[in-house]
Design a protein around this ligand. Structure first.
Ligand SMILES: [Zn+2]
Length: 397
């Protein structure tokens, strides 16, 4: 009995690591039972990340036949994964440096401590930090493969992933998913992030040339399975090769640490509404143009406001905001109104009384404070379609 992990088998011809695991399991000799397939998302800023920065693992039950299993894995690696090496992995983020796929596979006959997982989900890790596997194949991909195998899986959700029949994939990035069935699935409170109600985007289907037809997220295994069956058996959904329910660290906030507080010193609104917030002791925070309410709240901020926030620190040390709230808004100051004329009084000079320009009446109350009410009273986070896979929806707390 042990854990098999695989990563970095995405490639230009539209490979996908989840599909690699599915194919391997289809070929696994029937004497081996398997359980707990899992899909683990890693630190989003990792330099050599693959498309979704996800790795997979599965528990395979062996008795005294581990040697045979290793020889099966070895052959399968040589025939199916090794040929993928050095094909450039495809990415929707063309600004990022492209690395050749460098697949990795690991076998642990007992699951190692979870320390490595926590490192790999919160920061850049190197290949030297990977816990020693009983068997290990390939290169850089062993990082993700080991992280998936060492994930403790305590905080978790599920994702049902289905793969397209080969004939559907050829020359086609269009995916046929039955919309009526999707509406039904989306109305189940146990599923999440299937559609974005605001943009009407379907969030379960990837774009581009990839064998995944859909990945349906759910809070429970049974909801993932039931709703996946509804989708694939619906009349207008295309033929699938198969599906698998993965336990996953999506929507767990595992990548985040405690939220922090800070006082705003300056904001700067850039193109597309992206906001740079400077703070007294917490450095620079970024609210991106597509971050919805996070962006709107950021644009509203002024110097002196006390905020609480969470997000990941990027390579340039700025924090990319994933959650934001205002703890205390600094009131605006303005000159008082004249009681008689309702006209704004004017200063007569530095630190001197103010005077009504109309009736000449003076006052020693130099300023009055105007409370500012934030557009959102509580935490905000980016909309469904702009949120990280790892981010937990606010209304789950
Ligand atoms: Zn007056």
């Amino acid at each position: 009995m042990g854990w098999l992990g695989i990563d970095d088998t995405d490639h230009i011809n539209g490979g996908c690591t989840t599909h690699t695991l599915y194919r391997l399991i289809c070929d696994l000799p029937t004497k081996y039972a398997y359980q707990n397939p899992r899909l683990v998302r890693l630190w989003p800023f990792a330099a050599q990340r693959t498309r979704g920065n996800a790795a997979v693992a599965i528990e395979i039950l062996t008795e005294d036949n581990e040697d045979e299993l290793i020889s099966f894995l070895n052959n399968w690696w040589n025939e199916n994964i090794l040929p993928l090496k050095d094909q450039i992995s495809i990415s929707q983020d063309y600004q990022r440096k492209q690395y050749p796929a460098d697949p990795g596979m690991v076998w642990y006959n007992t699951q190692p401590q979870d320390d490595f997982y926590w490192s790999a989900v919160t920061r850049e890790v190197t290949i030297n930090e990977v816990p020693k596997a009983d068997f290990s194949w390939g290169g850089h991909g062993v990082i993700g493969a080991s992280a998936a195998a060492t994930w403790p899986g305590v905080n978790h959700t599920y994702e049902a992933i289905s793969w397209r029949e080969n004939k559907c994939i050829v020359n086609s990035t269009r995916r046929d998913i039955d919309i009526a069935a999707l509406e039904l699935v989306d109305s189940d409170p146990e599923t999440f992030m299937s559609r974005d109600m605001r943009s009407k985007n379907i969030l379960i289907a990837p774009r581009g040339n990839c064998p995944v037809l859909f990945g349906l997220r759910a809070k429970t295994h049974s909801a993932a399975e039931k709703n996946c069956e509804i989708l694939i058996s619906a009349a207008k959904t295309e033929q699938v090769e198969g599906y698998m329910i993965f336990k996953t660290n999506q929507a767990t906030d595992d990548h985040l640490t405690e939220s922090k507080t800070g006082i705003v010193t300056k904001i700067n609104v850039l193109k597309r509404g992206t906001v740079v917030i400077e703070t007294q002791h917490q450095g620079k925070l970024l609210a991106f143009g597509e971050s919805g309410e996070v962006k709107l709240l950021s644009q509203w901020l002024q110097e002196g406001d006390l905020i609480e926030f969470n997000g990941l620190k990027a390579i340039d040390q700025s924090v990319h905001l994933e959650k934001l709230r205002v703890l205390k808004a600094k009131p605006n100051r303005q000159r008082p109104l004249c009681d008689d004329c309702q006209v704004t009084m004017k200063s007569m000079g530095k630190n001197q009384a103010v005077r009504c320009p109309k009736c000449r009446r003076t006052s020693q109350i130099l300023w009055c404070e105007i409370e500012r009410k934030p557009p959102f009273d509580n935490w905000v986070q980016p909309p469904n379609d702009a949120r990280r896979h790892l981010a937990k929806p606010l209304d789950w707390n």
